[in-house]
Unconditional design. Sequence first.
Length: 201
Amino acid sequence: MNGFCCAWVWYAVILLCGSGRVAGQALLEPPFGLHWGDSPEKLIGWASRQALDVTIVLPGDQPALRILKIQPRKGKLPGSQAAAVEGRFLSGKLYELTLHYFDPEASADTIAARCEELRKQLGAQHGALTANQQQRTVEDKFATKTLSFHREPVKGLFLLLALTEVEDLLRQSKEARFSLIYRNENFKNEVQKELDELKPP
């Protein structure tokens, strides 16, 4: 299920990415008191104070990228309905934060209802989210349905809410999870440009 979810979420991110500079980045700040450009240490420090598990990924083909995933041994993150948070840092600077919502004890319908409730809350805070194309695929007796919504207050700075449901057609069971992505593509592009300029000719 994770593979289906991650692959589709990143496909949606690629489709939604914008470019250019942002004058009002404060329109959409990441949660947990974080800000665009924060270092991994700030997120790690928060996790340490809350006694949360931290996983650090250093992609070999992207040496400037750091991915931090934080979650409790069980239950939800402190002060949040999310079960995990994942930060992406380019050259040590935060440009994306994703909240993952999953609950093995909740039904797929319950998860879908929670996703809809969050969509309404986000709409009240940031303006109505626009629905993207819904997809459904069937492979090896598993049916995967994806649905996403996004809000882009300024070009290149956006929220993406993505729900994924995976149904086992043989066992007639279904699981669901959703993710909320805060992404500052403009800031990422600025940092990447700085990195490119440092590369020897």
